[in-house]
Design a binder for this molecule. Structure first.
Ligand SMILES: Nc1ncnc2c1ncn2[C@@H]1O[C@H](COP(=O)(O)OP(=O)(O)OP(=O)(O)O)[C@@H](O)[C@H]1O
Ligand SMILES: [Mg+2]
Length: 290
C-alpha cells in the first residue's frame, strides 16, 4: 500500500471515529453495521452504558449475586433499592473490579469487557464510585481537594509539572457551582458539614468527568435539606453522566426516580417506575412493607 493510500485510510478512520463520538446514542438500528472500532474504546451506539448478564458470586458457598442481569442506558439515572444483604454493594464491587464474579458477563458499553480489567483501569476508563463514608482530605481546602482530583486523573508523573489550565479552571468552577460549594472554596474540608463533605467527594469524582457514576447510599446521615439538594444535584447530572444510585431513603428515591430496580437475594425482583415497584406485592413483602 502506498503512503498516500495509508494516510487516506487513516483519515477515513479518524472521521468515522469522530462521527461515532458525536452520536453516542444513535439507537439500536445499525449499531454494528460497518462500524470501525478501536479496541478499548467506549462504544455507546447501542444506547446502553452498562450490561450485566447472568452474573454469579458466592462467598463461602453463600450466593450473594444470583444470575443477575441488568443494563443501564446512556445518561440514565437508575435507582437501585432492596433489603439489607440483597447484593447492591456487591454488584458495585463487581462493576468496579473490586470483586471478580464466578461467572457471567459485565460490559461497559458494548465492547469493553470489565472482567478483563482491574480496579484502577476501570476507574481510568470512566467509572467513578462513591462509597457511603465521605473520603475527602480533611486537612486540605475544598479547592485543594478538587485540584487533587484533577491531578489524580492525569496520573502521578504528569501531576509533578501540573498547573491548572484555563479549561481546567472552568471545569473547577462549574463543579463548585454544581456541588453548591462555591462560597466555601478556601474552607478546610474537615470543617464542612457531613452533607457538604459528601458533595465535595461527588465533586472530586466529577472533576474526572466520569461516564458512569456509582453512588452507594449517598444521602445516609444527611439532613432533610441536604437530602433535598442532593436530589436536585443528581437530577442535574442526569443526561451528562449515567448514574446508578443505591439508597434506602424512599422519599429521596421518589424525588429522583425514573426507572427503579429492586434487588433481592442477588437478583432483580422487580423493575419499573417508582409507583410500579411501590405497588408490587413482592416488593412490599420483602422490602417496603417491613
Ligand atoms: N467480601 C465478602 N465476604 C463474605 N460475604 C460477603 C462479602 N461481601 C458481601 N458479602 C455478603 O453478601 C451479601 C450481600 O451483601 P451486600 O453488602 O452486597 O448487600 P447490600 O444489598 O449492599 O446490603 P445493605 O443494604 O445492607 O448495604 C450479604 O449477605 C453479605 O454479608
Ligand atoms: Mg450495601
Amino acid at each position: 500500500m502506498t503512503p498516500e493510500l495509508m494516510s487516506e485510510g487513516a483519515a477515513r478512520l479518524e472521521k468515522h471515529k469522530f462521527k461515532q463520538v458525536q452520536s453516542p446514542s444513535s439507537g439500536d438500528r445499525d449499531a454494528s453495521y460497518s462500524r470501525i472500532h478501536t479496541p478499548g474504546e467506549l462504544d455507546l451506539t447501542h444506547g446502553r452504558i452498562l450490561y450485566l448478564e447472568d452474573v454469579n458470586v458466592s462467598f463461602d458457598g453463600f450466593k450473594a449475586i444470583n444470575n443477575l442481569s441488568l443494563d443501564i442506558g446512556v445518561g440514565e439515572l437508575r435507582c437501585i433499592i432492596g433489603p439489607n444483604g440483597a447484593g447492591k454493594t456487591t454488584m458495585m464491587d463487581i462493576i468496579t473490579g473490586k470483586t471478580k464474579p464466578d461467572s457471567g458477563q459485565v460490559f461497559f458499553g458494548s465492547t469493553i469487557d470489565l472482567l478483563r480489567h482491574n480496579e484502577p483501569e476501570i476507574a481510568q476508563m470512566g467509572i467513578g464510585r462513591k462509597f457511603q463514608k465521605p473520603t475527602v482530605f480533611e486537612h486540605l481546602t475544598v479547592f485543594e481537594n478538587l485540584e487533587l482530583a484533577l491531578k489524580t486523573a492525569k496520573g502521578v508523573a504528569a501531576s509533578m509539572l501540573f498547573k491548572l489550565k484555563a479549561e481546567q479552571k472552568d471545569r473547577l468552577s462549574e463543579v463548585l457551582h454544581t456541588i453548591h460549594l462555591e462560597n466555601h472554596l478556601l474552607r478546610q474540608a474537615g470543617n464542612l458539614s457531613h452533607g457538604q463533605k459528601q458533595w465535595l467527594e461527588i465533586g472530586m469524582l466529577l472533576m474526572q468527568d466520569p461516564k458512569l457514576l456509582l453512588l452507594d447510599e449517598p444521602v445516609a446521615g444527611m439532613t432533610d435539606q441536604e437530602t433535598e439538594r442532593t436530589a436536585e444535584l443528581f437530577l442535574s447530572l442526569k443526561g451528562k453522566h449515567s448514574l446508578m444510585v443505591v439508597e434506602h431513603d424512599m422519599a429521596f428515591i421518589r424525588q429522583i426516580a425514573d426507572v427503579v430496580t429492586v434487588l433481592c437475594d442477588g437478583s432483580v425482583l422487580a423493575q419499573g417506575s417508582f409507583d410500579d415497584v411501590q405497588d408490587d406485592e413482592r416488593v412490599i413483602e420483602v422490602y417496603l412493607g417491613r
